[in-house]
Write a protein that binds this ligand. Sequence first.
Ligand code: DC
Length: 218
Amino acid sequence: MIPVIAIDGPSASGKGTVAQIVATKLGFHYLDSGALYRIVAFAIQQEGMDEADETRINQLLDTLRIEFNLGSIIVNKQDVTESIRSEECGKLASKVAALRSVRQHLLSLQQSFCQTPGLVADGRDMGTVVFPQAILKVYLTASANVRAERRYNQLISKGISANIMVLLQDIHERDFRDQTRLESPLKQAADAHFLDTSALTIDQAVNQVLIWYSAVSK
Ligand code: DC
């Protein structure tokens, strides 16, 4: 069976960075499942659609041609790599991710990333729903304050102004929405390792995941 490492956790926990480095170190493919929900949100924004209009959103989903190409994300020939990273897009992604039809539509696309020699996938439901067979599951988190601080530093370093209290509030709202929705809510899988990175460096978090992986891949 193709090995999958599933890394789930709340927003701004650093799971994307950790997952990407682990994938590179192991020579595995990488799936940023949050990007797919962000793509849907971005397309809804561009079309000026109502975020609750499931019928139109379903029609829109059928028209999206998504390509991941050397670190760039191309949707219907438009490069959306940077545009989907805005706070606004993340917030809308969290809302549309609660729609059953959106999750159903993205399921097989996510599963198609499972290819040899292996996959590291990050998101909210990688270990619970999309890849329940994953050889290693990690629930990676950090305190809300630490996550707000990390997001703040990330935005400032990109020259984008930010307010840490607003970011903290957004994080709380997003956690609440992602954890309480009916469809595939964010939760730790029963067989997942818990990793709190509040006091860890990225390297320490990566090493911990690699240690767990080497224990199960023998
Ligand atoms: O990881 P992220 O912040 O880029 O994800 C954006 C939103 O997408 C997140 O708030 C909830 C949703 N999401 C999801 O519901 N399931 C996933 N596997 C990944 C993301």
